[in-house]
Design a binder for this molecule. Structure first.
Ligand SMILES: N[C@@H](CCC(=O)N[C@@H](CS)C(=O)NCC(=O)O)C(=O)O
Length: 210
């Protein structure tokens, strides 16, 4: 099997932290990391816009193929390294739950919380992909009530994506401090893989600010 080069385009203190974290959970398979300094506008340069025309991070380059969107990158990497055991395989019904909450995070939670943060009046629930903020948060709550992870006892890449959002939303007070959210965030934050990713991200930010 030919091993194609794999590159993660990253910037500190962004959604790309979830991909740093996932690489840690995967046991750091061989890859390069290109660090972008957003304060210097690295992400809007011609060379990077040729990789991601949105000028946003994260992005992944595998061989000649670009993958953008943190959730798509997480799904892609978790499938690429099945031995790490962070993605239920096709045929396993747990994969339905896994896909469901990763996509729900992007399609419902993110827009609901963005509208709340920006104090934007949502349209009618039938028109909004997320219905209402309350319905979305209650559904998310339901996914985490049994725990300890989205797939019950089994940690997966769904926790990297959903958990990154939960941690961020709690930090910015965009999520009610219900026990199922706070205890989930604490459990994830205690993971050595996330601690390593946070340390890398902090060191990188400090080096950019020096
Ligand atoms: N939908 C994208 C959003 C990516 C995104 O908005 N990234 C932010 C950092 S969290 C960014 O690159 N912002 C810089 C900019 O847009 O100028 C994803 O989920 O990956």
């Amino acid at each position: 099997m030919t091993v194609l080069p794999l590159t993660h385009y990253h910037a500190p203190r962004t959604r790309s932290l979830s991909i740093l974290w996932l690489f840690e959970e995967l046991g750091q398979p061989p890859h390069d990391r290109v660090d972008l300094n957003l304060a210097k506008g690295d992400h809007k340069t011609k060379w990077y816009m040729a990789i991601n025309p949105m000028g946003k991070v994260p992005a992944l380059l595998h061989g000649g193929t670009v993958i953008t969107e943190a959730a798509a990158i997480a799904l892609y990497l978790a499938d690429l390294y099945p031995d790490a055991g962070v993605a239920p395989q096709p045929g396993d019904t747990a994969r339905g739950t896994y896909l469901r909450w990763i996509v729900f995070n992007q399609a419902a939670v993110e827009p609901a919380v963005t509208d709340l943060a920006l104090k934007r009046e949502p349209g009618s629930p039938a028109m909004m992909s997320y219905g209402t903020y309350d319905a979305t948060i209650d559904a998310l709550s339901g996914a985490l009530l049994d725990g300890p992870y989205i797939l019950g006892d089994k940690f997966s890449a769904a926790d990297v994506i959903v958990g990154s959002g939960v941690r961020w939303m709690l930090m910015f007070k965009l999520l009610p401090e219900r026990d199922e959210f706070t205890s989930y965030a604490e459990r994830l934050t205690a993971r050595p893989a996330l601690q390593r990713a946070l340390a890398t991200d902090r060191a990188l930010l400090a080096s950019f600010q020096a």
